[in-house]
Design a protein around this ligand. Sequence first.
Ligand code: ADP
Ligand code: MG
Length: 483
Amino acid sequence: MEWEIVIGLEIHVQLSTQSKLFSGASTRFGAAPNSQACAVDLAMPGTLPVPNEEAFRYAVMFGLAMNAEIGKRSVFERKNYFYPDLPKGYQTTQLEQPIVGAGEVEIHLEDGSSKKVRLHHAHLEEDAGKSLHEDFHGMSGIDLNRAGTPLIEIVSEPDMRSAAEAVAYLKKIHSIVTYLGISDGDMSQGSLRCDANVSVRLKGEEKLGTRTELKNINSFRFVERAIKVEAERQIDILEDGGSIVQETRLYDADKNETRSMRSKEVANDYRYFPCPDLLPVVITDTYIEQLRELLPELPDAKAERFQSEYSLSAYDADQLTQERIIADYFEEVCKSCGEPKLAANWVTGELAALLNRQEISIQESPVSAQQLAGLIVRVKDNTISSKIAKQVFEAMAEGEGSADEVIEKRGLKQVSDTGAIEQMVEAVIAASGAQVDNYRKADESKRPKMMGYFVGQIMKASKGQANPQMINKILKEKLDALL
Ligand code: ADP
Ligand code: MG
């Protein structure tokens, strides 16, 4: 039987406003517990919430970036539930009239294909506090600093058909919110959190299967793994003749399995009703148009420009535009070396590997864009080969200075002196009697390939510094002279 996986994501994005959604308390991360929750955040009797305009501005910018309808009249509702991290007894959120309506976004997959994912809607809501279990014995601590922090919850249609598509969509949302500068997008600090709704159905079936919801997955890698194991679990159950229970499940990354948390509450349990303390918020067309003018160049537009302006492949352009800081770095390298293709290769290759190895972001890169450009210039003008360039790059990463300084200090200049190369070629030919014999006896069509051995030896003798084009030319002349 052939199964199809169906996924819809609910993504919570913490907006990077200075103050909370309905109060003036600070949203700064890392402050002492309970030092940043004010009476409004706790809904103390007699307090009144005041909506934060910045949060609306950010939400509208997001809507515009997703080609979505903007809710001209949006309404806050109370979602009532009891939990220790929610002393208010309700979360202020939006339900029927959210700030952002239906939209869509294009995602790009590893194999080069693209597809559209529809946005169901996105709404503004406040975050709850945090329960802390680790530092306490036999009890839980409650930190309310996060209570009232503005979030947008971004709800997709169930349009994704594999874990890879879900990750591509999540990355796209991450890249849009960080390009817009409306969130720092830091998943490890909880600024971007994702719930994955997963169901399976037989290929060709139209009706959606019963779904489970995987809560609060905090990395791209875990989203991919969680969806895969959950889909496998559901398929196993269905193939054994069982049925899926609609419920909320937790992904345990250590065991790579999902576990039941609670059966899905029906929406009614929350007794939603419009918040009597908050008026509907009306957004004018002028306001929307002003914000549209202010939108920065977004990832897709940037990727298209990179293709046309720098003749990059769609794949390279996509890789380089996923994060705005990487795109900026690339453009700086490009502008100062004038070699887009080489710049793209270095940024997505050597530099990405270095950052990965050291587990740092491009902002902390030990090799600046200017330094990398300097290196590329030296490859281009044949001062060094691309092989030696890797050595220079490593040295720059170790803090040895500019490419020119490293080349000078380590004596890495490419040997392009005909006499010196001729000598090396002759020495290798003299020491390789058997290979020369084979070369002479071989069919002409096989000879170019057989030159590889000699080139390798000569390169070795020159410690990688001989100009490869010159080696090839001189070697061929000398070998052919022996025929
Ligand atoms: P709720 O109100 O219970 O959160 P929604 O209908 O709003 O449920 O859907 C929440 C998310 O679940 C959406 O992203 C939606 O695309 C997704 N979803 C709904 N049904 C399915 C399904 N059968 N399989 C996978 N995802 C689904
Ligand atoms: Mg939901």
